[in-house]
Design a binder for this molecule. Structure first.
Ligand SMILES: [Zn+2]
Length: 289
């Protein structure tokens, strides 16, 4: 025990010496703000304000919220992969995200990620039979413009699309579709049934383009049979009609349905240019040819 304490105190002494030779005579408070000399007055005021209230979480929270709103109203100039508009994109989302909505067509980041994929892989749509579930208008317009042989939209509710279809039980023949687009739907439904149905209706070599809310830090998808009310689903899964938060095992779930999986992620420069969420993924599920 004595040896350990001597060693520890020796380490502490050396550490203290090292600190003293590195300018520890400068008060900690005065070090805050180093590097801000060249920043504008607003940045310096924010730095000062956050320093003053750093131990007061409620005030700090209010300041951070105001700061976020200030930045949100400015937004970045981005270009839309779907309508081509270059402009300051609008803040949207809860919590508010910056540079989200295209002022031209209303597209969000996930729509533009899909648009970027389709721009770079026009063969996925051109000359194909396309079925688009829960069709988002900006995406639908871009897909139609990409010259499919036939385009049909589908939704579970009557009157919202060309066809009324449930992804869990698709009323279409086997091997009748080249491409399915189903953006943010799997988290609402029985995904084992839905993925099985996608495999059934796709032609050999056909593809499904899938996006979902996914937590890449989780090995396993979070589902909870005790969660039954809208309020609980919002708290647990982020939205009142979501039934899970996917983890990394989404790939295994797609594979279990007999579909191979590849992924499309935008590069850093693309995220800046097109206003995309860093790391967001489009999953491409392909039926064996
Ligand atoms: Zn747009």
């Amino acid at each position: 025990m004595q040896t350990v304490s001597v060693v520890a105190s020796e380490r502490a002494r050396r550490f203290a010496n090292a600190c003293s030779s590195n300018g520890d005579d400068v008060p900690i408070d005065s070090q805050v703000g180093v590097g801000t000399a060249r920043k504008g007055l607003r940045e310096r005021l924010w730095a000062y304000a956050t320093t003053v209230v750093r131990d007061r979480p409620r005030v700090r929270s209010l300041i951070d919220t105001a700061r976020s709103l200030t930045r949100s109203t400015v937004g970045r100039v981005c270009t839309c992969t779907l309508c081509g508009k270059t402009a300051r994109f609008l803040p949207m989302g809860v919590p508010l995200r910056v540079s989200v909505a295209c002022p031209g067509c209303g597209s969000l980041e996930r729509h533009r990620l899909l648009g970027l994929y389709l721009q770079r892989h026009p063969e996925v749509v051109k000359g194909k039979l396309v079925l688009h579930f829960a069709p988002e208008r900006p995406v639908a317009r871009a897909v139609r413009a990409a010259q499919p042989e036939m385009y049909r939209s589908a939704d579970i509710e009557v009157g919202r699309a060309d066809l009324q279809l449930s992804l869990e039980k698709i009323d279409l023949p086997d091997e009748s579709v080249d491409l399915v687009i189903a953006n943010h739907i799997l988290e609402h439904v029985d995904d084992r049934m839905a993925l099985g149905e996608l495999r059934r209706i796709l032609i050999p070599g056909g593809r499904a383009l899938l996006m979902v809310p996914i937590i890449e830090g989780w090995d396993e998808t979070y589902e909870n049979s005790a969660v039954t009310t809208n309020a609980e689903r919002t708290r647990h899964f982020g939205q009142s009609d979501h039934v899970r938060f996917y983890g990394r095992d989404l790939r295994a779930r797609i594979a279990a349905a007999g579909l191979s999986v590849s992924e499309f992620t935008a590069l850093p420069a693309d995220c800046l240019e097109y206003g995309l969420q860093r790391g967001e993924k489009l999953f491409i599920a392909t039926k064996a040819a």
